[in-house]
Design a protein around this ligand. Structure first.
Ligand code: BG6
Length: 480
């Protein structure tokens, strides 16, 4: 039986709610994964009535959900769960109104999903408590970024911690809900093959790239204050790094998995002072062309400062100071308005110790998270015919094809279901978020201190030149 709870989505008219959360809840509903009595209440300031909100939600769901998965009948039954409540989250009195509107809970507790700006988190949590909406059965879901520095993240965590026990707090990072990201754990911990060579003695370096073609869309105001470091590196890229680097947890449960991730974050070699100049590259896109279309420079985007020095691209050479990884660089890279959209992890192995053949390349394991979900191992093979001419060939596991009969879940579906069921394995614990900020803060400070303004790169390219030099200096290159 599915777990009963009510879900309150704060920021109910925002992009996240309309583009991701409602379509994910619709899918879960359609697949019969939501309790029949579960209600979903969207909350925002806009003075809409329920009918107008339903129309807005339907329009977005139709656009996001594949045609084959959408039907008017499914929408009608889904919309019976869906309601809208206009309120101002800065007003304590509005929470009193909300509590009265909700009436007694269904004996199941409530999930408060905060799809709002992080500066509202503290107020919302405090007001929920005053209004009696934060009982022991309730849960709170916080969207990233949690704060914009270690200090602000601590303040948010402390304020949330006054109202909710850590076990009730779900800090979401949607990358952890992606199938291939979870497959990375399966690959490492359900196959004996890789473990003996998953270490410094055999691995030359690791690359983690999350490249986007999108710009900042309607999020200029938010993005201009965060930049790629806070928007992507502090959370998604560091989470991927943790999954590649962590030791096998003793159990697949929330505490054991998160304990291992924290150990990696704490072992990250600090990058501060002059190291920031040598080990990091920040960039910002200038005008260019993507898919044949002209796109403007970042500083001409809507709600972005004309002389903004916010980075839209980051590359970092990170190192982990522990026995397994000492001396193995983890190159991280992310950027907006790049030539192609893809996310991948590359494990570059060392070459064979003694070379027998004229040609030969070191093996490399490619874990493609998107657009296609694929794991491929590059091996050397002899080409047909006389002589020993070698070429790299790929041992390819296409996960979408291997499981083609099952619908691919969106990350939010999996994560929302985990929240409803109270499983926090794929969510970030308080100490994890803070450890990530502890590593990121000195880099941000270094950029400021040495006034490392972002290097320009034309939209539609692979980012600034300096990102290539970061690897070329050591005879390596990005896997493009
Ligand atoms: C979000 C960032 O967390 O992740 C966005 O705020 C980014 O700026 C997005 O575009 C990328 O997610 P995905 O799943 O499209 O790789």
């Amino acid at each position: 039986m599915t777990t009963l709870c009510d879900m309150l989505v704060f920021g109910g008219t925002g992009d996240l709610a309309l583009h991701k959360l409602l379509p994910a809840l619709f899918h879960l509903h359609r697949d019969g994964r939501l309790h029949p009595k579960m209600r979903i209440l969207a909350l925002a300031r806009n003075a809409l009535d329920r009918q107008r909100y339903l129309a807005l939600a339907e329009r977005h769901c139709r656009a996001q959900v594949a045609r084959a998965d959408f039907s008017s009948e499914a929408w009608r039954s889904f919309s019976e769960r869906l309601d809208y409540f206009a309120m101002d989250v800065s007003q304590s009195a509005d929470f009193g109104r909300l509590a009265r509107y909700l009436g007694p809970d269904q004996g199941c507790g409530r999930v408060h999903y905060l799809a709002t700006a992080p500066h509202l988190f503290e107020d919302i949590a405090a007001h929920l408590a005053i209004a009696g909406l934060a009982g022991p059965q309730s849960r709170i879901v916080l969207e990233k970024p949690i704060g914009h520095s270690l200090e602000s993240a601590r303040a948010i965590n402390a304020a949330i911690g006054k109202v909710f026990d850590e076990s009730q707090v779900f800090r979401i990072d949607h990358y952890l809900g992606k199938e291939t990201v979870q497959n990375l754990m399966a690959l490492r911990f359900a196959n004996a093959l890789f473990e003996p060579i998953w270490r410094a003695g055999h691995i030359d370096h690791v690359q983690i790239s999350v490249c986007e073609t999108l710009g900042v869309e309607n999020r200029g105001a938010y993005y201009d204050r965060s930049g790629a470091m806070r928007d992507m590196v502090q959370n998604h890229l560091l989470q991927l790094l943790c999954l590649v680097a962590m030791e096998a947890p003793v159990r697949f449960d929330a505490e054991a998995v998160r304990n291992e991730k924290v150990k990696i974050l704490e072992a990250l070699q600090p990058i501060s002072g002059l190291d920031v100049r040598d080990k990091t590259v920040r960039g910002q896109y200038s005008a260019g062309k993507i898919g044949g279309q002209e796109v403007p420079a970042y500083y001409f985007e809507k709600n972005v400062d004309n002389d903004s020095d916010t980075e839209t691209f980051v590359a970092i050479k990170a190192e982990i100071d522990n026995w397994r990884w000492a001396g193995v660089p983890f190159y991280l890279r992310t950027g907006k308005r790049l030539a192609r959209k893809y996310s991948e992890i590359v494990i570059q192995f060392k070459p064979v110790p003694h070379r027998l053949f004229a040609d030969g390349e070191a093996n490399c394991l490619l874990i493609r998270l998107q657009p296609e979900e694929r794991i491929s191992l590059q091996l050397m093979a002899k080409t047909p015919g006389k002589g020993m001419r070698l070429e790299p060939v790929e041992l390819d596991l296409n996960l979408a094809q291997a499981f083609s009969r099952q619908r691919r879940w969106d990350a939010y579906e999996r994560l929302l279901l985990d929240v409803i069921e109270g499983d926090s394995t794929l969510f970030m614990r308080r100490d994890e978020v803070e450890a990530a900020w502890r590593w990121v803060d000195p880099i941000l400070e270094g950029w400021h201190e040495y006034y490392q303004s972002p290097r320009p790169y034309a939209a539609g390219t692979a980012g600034p030149e300096q990102a290539h030099s970061l690897l070329e200096l050591h005879g390596r290159q990005w896997h493009d």
